[in-house]
Design a binder for this molecule. Structure first.
Ligand code: GLN
Length: 527
């Protein structure tokens, strides 16, 4: 039998329902796997095996008491959580020194709902500090490795979650996505990640980065798992002023029923702007293969234009940094987290305490963004930057509205390249910012989108790295149900999970370092 850590949530749920296994068995399988593999991958910032086993025992009691398997699908399923979600009695660090010893005073709504579903909490995952980044290298604590090639990044900022799902270190995970932080790491790690319509998952108790863009969402082994995770946490929440009243559909049920016939007659738009300079050749090829597949399944593929795409990065970095500079004001060394105590500061100068605590507590990228945002919001510059960026945001929303008048769904690459080397983009923040070129405009337009793995790079070469390629599917507002169904059909037709697996076998660990690749070789491969 396959090891339990390799099974999907729905497969595990099936076995639990038939009483063929217990949650304690599943949980133990994950804990053993974490102990063995995570010292190499670094998916987790903290784990709590004892608590996980207690959760599992409680879930087993619920299962035993319920007849006919009538318990929530997440009952007894071990999940990991990005370290940006408050969870009572756990530390929530946001991968920042400034929150290194911060204990969550209450449960975020997502955690509250997961607890109501009897999930098993494995631990908190690594991320870019305050979710700012695309590689998880901005964590103050550790660097997460990509399970497909440990010399490469898992993407970011939810890189710990995506690497964990990919390496079998949790059955599923929750991340956050402000400009691509669920979809891009899911793409780079060969797993499924979904960023829902703005407002359908409560942000209450999730540390804020950029409030008009942040959304929570699941990262999972397959599309059905993603639907299960989404359904268990979606819904209106009075504690979140940006929460939205809407009808929660039975996403898993719809996904289970989705057959090839749903693609027939669908109009799928491929934005020309998503296939321009900087797109890796193998990524391009794989997306084109899926375009053909859509045609074979009876869809109409249409080349469309989102003409203002080229302004989205600039608009995003003004809006996101402005909101971040305001959201991060609260970390002042007084109310939260790290306080710089210096014996030399005998005068007790308050301003000095603020400045020193923030200077020493925040990392480089976070400070860069606070400075950018503070500048963009300052008197005399507000109109030139923040207001302008908000106007561009309106144009981008209009681009998508116009597009969805012509097509039912939009598809393209999730990320311009497959996983890049650790350190490759750290010296050049602008090149790092470009990793989100295809994901950022979706957050600006409040839309739902997801990434699913559709192939690997270097298939025809023995020396090139074999790295996952993700395709992004973008849907109109609140059309998560249709998006998930389309994704499911593509997933079944491509059969990625059956064909490819990250190389985390025994010999991989004997070698101790994973595969390496020739950087020059890969840059020659950029379009
Ligand atoms: N990479 C983008 C940034 O650094 C997006 C981050 C995110 O989605 N949290 O802002």
């Amino acid at each position: 039998m396959q090891p339990l850590y390799e099974l999907t949530i729905h497969e595990l749920n099936g076995l639990l329902k038939k009483k063929e296994i217990k949650s304690v068995d599943i949980t133990k399988s994950y804990i053993d796997r974490i102990k063995k593999i995570d010292p190499v991958i670094n998916s987790y910032l903290s784990i709590d095996p004892e608590r996980a086993m207690d959760d599992a025992k409680m879930a087993d009691t619920v299962i035993e008491k319920t007849s006919d398997g009538d318990f929530p699908e997440l009952t007894g399923i071990p999940l990991s959580i990005k370290d940006i979600y408050l969870m009572k009695d756990t530390k929530t660090t946001c991968a920042s020194k400034i929150l290194e010893n911060f204990n969550s005073p209450y449960d975020s709504t997502v955690i509250k709902k997961l607890k109501e579903n009897n999930f098993v909490f494995l631990g908190k995952t690594n991320m870019d500090e305050f979710a700012m980044g695309s590689s998880t290298e901005n964590s103050a604590f550790k660097i997460t490795k990509n399970p497909w090639d440990t010399s490469r990044v898992p993407g970011g900022s939810s890189g710990g979650s995506a690497a964990g799902v990919s390496a079998g270190l949790c059955a599923g995970s929750f991340g956050t996505d402000t400009g691509g932080s669920i979809r891009q790491p899911a793409s780079l790690c060969g797993v499924v990640g979904l960023k829902p319509t703005y407002g359908i998952i409560s942000r209450y108790g999730i540390i804020a980065f950029s409030s008009s863009l942040d959304q929570a969402g699941p990262i999972a082994k397959d599309v059905l798992d993603c639907a299960i995770l989404l359904k268990s946490v979606a819904g209106y929440d009075k504690n979140d002023h940006t929460s939205r009243k809407f009808e929660i559909k039975d996403y898993p049920e719809l996904v289970r029923k989705a057959g090839k016939s749903i693609i027939k007659g669908l109009k799928i738009g491929f934005p020309v702007e998503f296939f321009s300079e900087g797109l890796e050749k193998d990524v391009y090829k794989k997306i084109m293969d899926v375009k053909e597949l859509f045609k074979d399944l009876g869809a109409q593929t249409i080349d469309i234009s989102l003409p203002d795409t080229s302004y989205s990065i600039a608009a995003y970095y003004v809006i996101a940094t402005s909101e971040a500079s305001s959201n991060l004001e609260r970390y002042d060394g007084i109310r939260y987290g790290y306080r710089f105590i210096d014996d030399k500061n005998k005068t007790g100068d308050l301003n000095e305490l603020f400045v020193n605590s923030r200077t020493k507590g925040f990392g480089k990228e976070v400070k860069r963004r606070i400075m950018l945002g503070t500048f963009a919001l300052s008197a005399g510059y507000y109109d030139a930057y923040y207001k302008k960026a908000s106007l561009v945001r309106k144009l981008i929303i209009k681009n998508y509205k116009d597009a969805f008048n012509k097509v039912d769904m939009i598809a393209g690459p999730t990320s311009p390249t497959a996983a890049f080397l650790i350190g490759e983009k750290m010296i050049d923040p602008l090149s790092m910012y470009l990793s989100d070129i295809y994901t950022i405009s979706i957050n600006l337009a409040y839309l739902p989108a997801m990434s699913i793995p559709v192939g690997i790079t270097g298939e025809n070469s023995s020396s090139a790295s074999k790295l996952p390629v993700g395709m992004q599917i973008i849907a109109p507002w609140l059309a998560e149900d249709k998006m998930l169904c389309v994704a499911k059909v593509i997933e079944d037709t491509v059969g990625f999970a059956e064909k490819y697996k990250p190389p985390l076998h025994e010999s991989f660990f004997d070698e101790g370092k994973g595969r390496t690749a020739d950087m020059a070789d890969r840059s020659a491969n950029i379009k």
